[in-house]
Design a protein around this ligand. Structure first.
Ligand SMILES: C[S@@+](CC[C@H](N)C(=O)[O-])C[C@H]1O[C@@H](n2cnc3c(N)ncnc32)[C@H](O)[C@@H]1O
Length: 270
């Protein structure tokens, strides 16, 4: 497919080499467009030949602060008036501590570093609290989570960690089990693309959910939702529910009922 965009043009014309996958360009444009020409701090892990830093500066504009991170000390040569360079390993929590102490909060971080599970997970959990509301933590080349030469597929792969954040986000619903590492206070949403996962940070939108009912006309229509029928049944036989055995029996019955109803669903999970 022929593809053209401002970012793709910048990629094709950069003086230093950059290596990116073709499908990334429309994704970058979708994720990053609203940050163009704003005074943002953009960080990329993984410098290699410095080409991508050059591209990001042109893309985000003169008011942007562009920072590159690499564990190869030779990359310091790419430091110039357009970008700052930090040397250190993304899998070292101490590096991140010093980095954020020196740099302050950032708006976007793009992880194109070493692509191993520990590098990607450690970078994410050490960065999210230092990203401004409305900012992004974007991890690319996450196909590594499926590749044998990265020791994957594996229970503790980056993609499995990302899937876990879906549970974290849903745990802001009242009375749903909370997890040990609570990204749910920082990560508002997660977007999955082929080879890329984007975490949107917004503390202000991570509040606990609450049911609302407006003042509109209430007809006497029966609500056929199963859940509501269970609740109504419980209300009707309230006197029985003071016995914990009854509550336990109800829980078992509900479980069995849903298990039976979903028997055919296992075909969708193949
Ligand atoms: C895929 S290249 C980066 C490509 C570059 N972003 C581009 O668009 O052209 C990966 C880079 O990550 C760096 N790297 C590997 N392991 C790292 C680590 N633990 N910490 C920081 N950088 C690392 C490598 O030295 C290499 O320069």
């Amino acid at each position: 497919m022929k593809y053209s965009s401002e970012l793709y043009e910048l990629f094709n014309s950069s003086s230093n080499r950059s290596i990116k996958w073709k499908k990334y360009f429309p994704i970058y444009e979708k994720l990053f467009e609203s940050y163009k020409n704003k005074p943002i701090t953009f960080v990329e892990i993984g410098i290699l030949d410095g080409g991508s830093l050059e591209i990001w500066k042109k893309y985000f504009g003169k008011n942007s602060r562009i920072i590159g991170i690499d564990n190869n000390p030779e990359c310091i040569k790419f430091q110039n008036e357009n970008c700052e360079i930090f040397i250190g390993s993304q899998s070292d929590p101490n590096f991140w501590k010093k980095f954020y102490h020196q740099v302050g909060n950032i708006d976007i971080i793009l992880d194109d570093g070493g692509h191993t599970n520990d590098q990607q997970i450690i970078s994410l959990i050490n960065s999210v609290q230092n990203i401004n509301n409305g900012g992004l933590h974007v991890v690319e080349d996450i196909h590594s989570s499926y590749q044998k030469h990265y020791g994957n597929p594996y229970k503790y792969s980056f993609i499995n960690f990302s899937k876990k954040t879906i549970d974290d986000i849903n745990s802001t619903f009242p009375n749903i089990k909370k997890f040990d590492y609570q990204l749910n206070q920082l990560v508002y949403s997660v977007e999955f693309f082929e080879s890329i996962v984007a975490f949107k940070i917004d503390r202000n939108l991570c509040y606990e959910n609450k049911i609302l009912e407006n003042q509109g006309f209430k007809s006497n229509n029966k609500d056929t939702t199963l859940d509501i029928r269970f609740i109504n049944f419980r209300k009707k036989f309230k006197y029985l529910y003071k016995f914990t055995t009854i509550q336990k029996i109800e829980r078992i019955m509900i479980k069995l009922f849903y298990r039976y109803k979903s028997k055919k669903l296992k075909n969708f999970f193949k």
